[in-house]
Design a protein around this ligand. Structure first.
Ligand code: HEM
Length: 299
């Protein structure tokens, strides 16, 4: 298999997004699933980047020989009031570009193509907010890897099963913006761990140990748990938040960061951000390489 990631993972700056999660219909055979998916993933629309990803169970049934070592279903993290719930579905499709009409047509076409094997279980459309900010008003993505570093962080290395593919975490977070906006700017900055206008990390002396940066900048045995984050703001006045979306060469990085954010990494401290925003879905996906994706049906 060629080391060729799905290109849409790395296309940045797009203004319109569609996030779709499908559930497999019971009793569908692996052959039927693979044949239907082969048709659906071959769809292409001008101006739409598309990234396909699959649950452990779904990918195993399509590509038993190509399964990456650590893919697994998402399980809930946390305790008490702070829980990241698991709502594992089977197929994930992220459509993005600068044309909401093209995204809509592509979402409709993909859902129709999958209709005999899977039903749409979740959808969100999202948008670029200002200069790549989360709806809290803070720039999201400052600490993301750049250039060649993006592939190093996001992709399973050559020589391993699933090479050129990526482990994906997708979570819908619902913000309580009225309570966040009730904080003063310095208080908001203490929640995030960065300044609001220009995203400068707070100095060590003033950085709270429960800021989002403190809880998400995790080192395990000296190794920084790096992610390539591609989260998308979504929603309207009644409900809004962030569809957290990230790509990683190693699925355990998500477990380590979520345990740290949800107060179950040993020190009992939870991320102050989880007092203002709540995850309501949680899925682990495997996004195969472009080569594997186009070989569905023959794997
Ligand atoms: C409501 C949900 C979330 C919001 C609004 C949010 C927002 C932010 C913001 C504003 C930053 C600082 C700027 C930057 O470096 O991008 C940041 C950093 C970061 N976030 Fe989140 N985030 C959320 C959830 C998560 C989750 C669920 C994870 C991981 C599972 C995560 C992992 C990270 C990491 C690794 C960093 C960089 C930390 C560093 O090394 O400085 N975030 N996030």
């Amino acid at each position: 298999m060629m080391f060729e990631p799905q290109a849409g993972i790395f296309v940045e700056g797009t203004t319109a997004h569609f996030l779709l999660e499908f559930k497999l219909i019971e009793g569908v055979s692996s052959e039927q699933l693979a044949a239907t998916l082969a048709t659906a993933v071959a769809l292409a629309d001008e101006g739409v980047n598309r990234v396909w990803a699959f649950s452990a169970e779904c990918w195993r049934s399509i590509a038993p020989a190509e399964c990456p070592a650590d893919i697994k279903p998402f399980t809930a993290v946390g305790e008490g009031e702070h829980i990241a719930p698991a709502t594992q579905q089977d197929i994930f499709l992220w459509l993005h570009g600068d044309n909401p009409s093209a995204n809509f047509d592509a979402a409709m076409a993909a859902s129709a193509a999958l209709a005999s094997v899977a039903t749409l279980a979740f959808e969100k459309s999202g948008f670029l907010y200002k200069d790549s900010r989360d709806l809290t008003g803070f720039i999201d993505g400052t600490e993301n890897p750049k250039g060649r570093g993006q592939q190093l962080v996001a992709l399973i290395p050559e020589g391993e099963p699933g090479a050129g593919g990526s482990y994906v975490l997708g979570q819908q977070w619902v913000h309580n913006l009225s309570s966040f906006k009730a904080l003063s700017q310095p208080e908001q900055e203490a929640v995030i761990g960065r300044t609001k206008p220009d995203s400068i990390e707070l100095d060590d002396e003033v950085m709270p140990n429960n800021s989002h940066v403190s809880r998400s900048d995790v080192k395990i045995e000296g190794v920084a748990q790096k992610l390539y984050r591609r989260s998308v703001p979504y929603g309207g006045v009644l409900e809004h938040g962030l569809y957290f979306l990230a790509f990683s060469a190693d699925i355990r990085r998500y477990d380590h960061i979520l345990q740290s954010m949800f107060g179950v990494s040993g020190d009992g401290i939870h991320d102050h951000l989880t007092d203002f925003s709540t995850p309501v879905t949680g899925n682990y996906w495997f996004a195969p390489s472009a080569a594997e994706l186009s070989a569905i049906g023959t794997l």
